[in-house]
Design a protein around this ligand. Structure first.
Ligand code: NI
Length: 171
């Protein structure tokens, strides 16, 4: 399975789990999660994915209101774009995507990404500092914040440890 597909399926599962606890619209969440990265490789991927999702859903006869709710979720889910999620479902999608970027899975994904692009361990450490270690403070729902605690702690421990080894402070 291509690793982007497995990211999407994890995001979908965790979004639905959070959605159940937070009483969200699960159909909106499910469709949003499935389509949230359809244009992953492109610049402004959140907006581009939202546009593409809208097109796909229109072609498949979904009703306008539903499509706009999904559009809002996808267009605001990204860390790098400054459009803020306003609906509960959009907040949950954004949280689910962020939870997949921390913890052991987040670490694995960061190294896979770096490996594909020929980046170094130092680059990954920088990515921890500029993005991944900040994500736990950028969550919207209580349920996600709870899940994030353990994942963040592990990420932080790994980060400290790898820095120690890089700087030979452990020898
Ligand atoms: Ni994603």
């Amino acid at each position: 399975m291509p690793h982007d597909d497995d990211h999407v399926s994890r995001v979908k599962r965790i979004a639905l789990m959070i959605g159940e606890k937070e009483n969200a619209d699960l159909k909106v969440l499910e469709v949003s999660a499935e389509l949230h990265d359809v244009e992953r490789e492109k610049e402004d991927h959140a907006l581009r994915s939202a546009e593409k999702a809208r097109k796909i859903l229109e072609e498949n006869g979904f009703e306008r209101h539903f499509i706009e709710r999904v559009y809002h979720c996808i267009s605001t889910h990204s860390f790098s774009e400054d459009k803020k999620p306003e609906t509960l479902e959009a907040k949950i999608l954004s949280d689910a995507d962020r939870l997949d970027a921390i913890g052991a899975i987040g670490i694995a994904r960061a190294f896979m990404y770096a490996g594909e692009r020929g980046l170094s361990i130092e680059d990954v450490i920088m990515h921890f500092e500029t993005k991944l270690l900040r994500l736990k403070d950028l969550l919207h729902t209580e349920t996600a914040r709870k899940i994030a605690e353990k994942r963040h702690r592990f990420l932080l421990e790994f980060y400290k440890r790898i820095r120690e080894e890089m700087e030979l402070k452990d020898v």
